[in-house]
Design a binder for this molecule. Structure first.
Ligand code: NAP
Length: 498
């Protein structure tokens, strides 16, 4: 697979443009330090232009029949499938996840785009009985208008496509502001939409910092909705500022996701799940397993199994299919995670790992060891989102204590329990405070046809993916058709209707 760094402009009104005197920034491969791409540092004026282009394109796109919009999405999916190997390689080069996961990121995009293409022939409303005679009532879905999609770096194709495909099928036009660290993935995705026949202005891309481009997007009165995925602090800020303009703000934020391991669990099965959940994507998934809550009867045995397996776990070149874990995504990520590991050494017992890897290829990138702390519940490392390959293990005496510990954090995204007791499994579905619960599987592994999102500080009540994605991007209009040829007054003319 050949690869070369490329230079990109902004994509506005169907053209790639580089504003005169634009400054540029680069993204780098976190495994090697090599340049992956060069991008325009967008300005507030660039945002204005992009929003204006999206605003102009809106009436035409809204009027395009939804099945036709779906056909364009199917073409996007077809082209993305053809580009999968190259795009997956770019995900791995720019973000650092191992190649199987880089390809998985793209596959998730394809799956979702195809799913949304099918929605073009659904977009269901309701028909509802009227309280009056000769009157027909229904709801129809309408697009919101210009929407802003602001995305993080950890799923650099999948999360943008979750937003873009759902917003497009429902007839919205978009200004897309990707994470700066994965701008190449974003530009490649937009290029595929362009080549697939998305009309000019319907999808626009503005790269640049969150503080400038993101702020300008949130402030622009023509942007009617903001779909944001990222950290809690940024999300809160976007929510508050979006509220000033009475915009719909959809937030998907962090997690501190527990696996509960009961004494009747299938331990080898749980071992595979915990390894994948905690150290897949180097722990940089919002749904990553960052807490392991273990019944005291199997605690020592399971920790022994876990550390034995980690001795055979490879950290290294993410493009090598044999590698278990690549680098973390950036120097900032490395610094933040090492800070938490230092904190962990003061408040918990380091059981495994804990260091930055050095020597050979490791010196060129940001490679950390998979790390395990044994801790009591309540320490900062057991409550705060670290977003790295750091697992906090907590010992508990029974199911009730496990659930109490699992729920006693500010987040509520994903959760899991390993048990062979079906009654207990069903109790856990009710008891665990999270938007997602897995039984006998790790906390990661969402499928696009189900809603995705969380409770508490993980979001503000909405869901992405599945049919819920349609809710995120549409307004519901109630329609009353009176074919009685006379004035009928609801609530007042009730008797004559009988
Ligand atoms: P982040 O720092 O909050 O950034 C997210 C996006 O917001 C980036 O595009 C960023 O741009 C932009 N941004 C920054 N400041 C902004 C501002 N003032 N106004 C508008 N936009 C602004 O998060 P991240 O580090 O990229 O991602 C990691 C976080 O995402 C973790 O907390 C993780 O749990 C969460 N996440 C949640 C989900 C979910 O579905 N619940 C999924 C994946 C990740 P720049 O890159 O230019 O700063």
């Amino acid at each position: 697979m050949s690869f070369r760094a490329e230079e990109f402009g902004l994509f506005v009104g169907g053209r790639w443009v580089t504003p005169p005197s634009a400054q540029r920034f680069e993204t780098v491969n976190p495994a090697t330090g090599e340049t992956v791409g060069s991008f325009v540092v967008g300005s507030p004026d660039d945002v204005k232009d992009a929003v204006a282009a999206a605003h102009r394109a809106f009436p035409g796109w809204k009027a395009t029949p939804a099945p036709k919009r779906g056909e364009i999405l199917l073409e996007v999916a077809r082209r993305m499938r053809r580009a999968k190997a190259d795009l997956g390689g770019i995900v791995t080069r720019e973000m650092g996840k191992v190649i199987a996961e880089g390809l998985g990121d793209v596959q998730e995009s394809i799956d979702f785009i195809e799913y949304m293409a099918g929605e073009g022939r659904r977009l269901f409303g309701e028909t509802v009985p009227s309280e009056l005679r000769a009157k027909f009532c229904m709801t129809v879905r309408q697009p919101k208008g210009v929407v802003a999609c602001i995305t993080p770096w950890n799923f650099p194709t999948a999360i943008p496509n979750w937003k873009i495909a759902a917003a497009l099928i429902t007839g919205n036009t978009i200004v897309f502001k990707p994470a700066s660290g994965t701008a190449r993935c974003a530009a490649e995705v937009v290029r595929i939409y362009e080549e697939s026949g998305v009309p000019p202005g319907v999808l626009n891309l503005v790269t640049g910092s969150g503080g400038v481009v993101g702020n300008a997007l949130v402030a622009d009165p023509r942007v009617r909705a903001i779909s944001f995925t990222g950290g809690v602090e940024t999300g809160r800020d976007v929510y508050v500022r979006g509220a000033q303009g009475l915009k719909m703000v959809h937030l998907e934020l962090g997690g501190k996701n527990p696996v509960i391991l009961m004494d009747d669990a299938d331990l080898p099965l749980a071992l595979d799940g915990v390894l994948f959940g905690a150290f897949g994507t180097a722990g940089q998934r919002c749904t990553a397993t960052s807490r392991l809550i273990v019944h005291t009867k199997v605690y020592d045995e399971f920790l022994g199994m876990l550390t034995d397996r980690l001795d055979r776990f490879t950290v290294g070149d993410p493009l090598d299919p044999a590698t278990g874990m690549g680098p973390v995504a950036s120097a900032d990520q490395e610094k933040k995670i090492l800070g938490y590991i230092d904190l962990g050494r003061t408040e918990a017992t380091l059981r495994y790992g804990g260091r930055k890897r050095t020597g050979g290829i490791y010196d060129r990138g940001h490679f950390l060891e998979p790390t395990i702390f044994e801790t009591r519940h309540g320490t900062r490392i057991s409550r705060e989102e670290i977003f790295g390959p750091v697992l906090s293990v907590v010992r508990v005496g029974d199911y009730d204590e496990a659930v109490k510990v699992a729920n006693d954090v500010d987040y509520g995204l994903s959760s899991s329990i390993y048990t062979r007791d079906v009654n207990r499994a069903f109790r856990a579905i009710t008891d665990l405070e999270a938007g997602i619960t897995y039984i006998n599987a790790p906390t990661i592994g969402a499928e696009v046809q189900l809603p995705f999102g969380g409770i508490k500080n993980t979001g503000n009540g909405g869901r992405e993916a599945g049919s819920a994605a349609i809710e995120e991007f549409t307004e519901i209009k109630s329609v009353f058709v009176d074919f009685s040829s006379k004035l009928q007054k609801a609530q007042i003319d009730r008797e004559s209707a009988i």
